[in-house]
Design a protein around this ligand. Structure first.
Ligand SMILES: [Fe+2]
Ligand SMILES: [Fe+2]
Length: 160
């Protein structure tokens, strides 16, 4: 579960973006546990391209603006380690979602339900993604939110 209450309004845009992911991840989880396996397959098939697209934009915002701002304003080895780990995870998520997307595209028309393999990949993806977003919201962004210099930069960005 995300702890967004720690984040003030300068981080609204980021919070809102993470909320969109939470909704998409929840929708994926709902389909994965649905008794209607046929509807689940088509529901998930339509959600994956949206998730992939949202993810690309979100990672760009974090990698081009938020992570560099954190490194610039907080000279702390723990922050450097955290940012490097988060950035590395972005690469893993991009690879994972590409694999998942390809797997959906190669499902033959005769197949009407999700394979165990694909279902497992989706479960794993949701778990890792939630963990990643939780670290960002409760650790990195919460620390950025308490840093005056960092907040000033973010505020300028949000206003634009
Ligand atoms: Fe991230
Ligand atoms: Fe994020």
């Amino acid at each position: 579960m995300f702890r967004q209450e720690k984040i003030t309004d300068q981080f609204l845009r980021i919070s809102r973006e993470h909320t969109l992911f939470v909704e998409t991840i929840s929708a994926i989880r709902k389909w994965l546990s649905s008794a209607d396996k046929h509807a689940a397959l088509s529901g998930l098939k339509s959600l994956i391209p949206k998730l992939q697209n949202d993810m690309d934009e979100h990672f760009q915002l974090e990698e081009q603006f938020l992570f560099p701002t954190a490194l610039l304003t907080m000279r702390d080895i723990h922050i450097v380690d955290m940012v490097l780990a988060l950035q590395k995870e972005h690469g893993c998520f991009e690879t994972d979602i590409r694999k998942i997307h390809d797997a959906f595209r190669s499902i033959p028309k005769s197949q009407t339900t999700l394979t165990k393999d694909l279902s497992g990949m989706l479960h794993e993806f949701c778990d890792s993604f939630e963990k990643h977003a939780d670290i960002e919201m409760s650790s990195l962004f919460a620390r950025m939110d308490r840093n005056r210099r960092c907040k000033a930069i973010i505020r300028g960005f949000v206003v634009k």
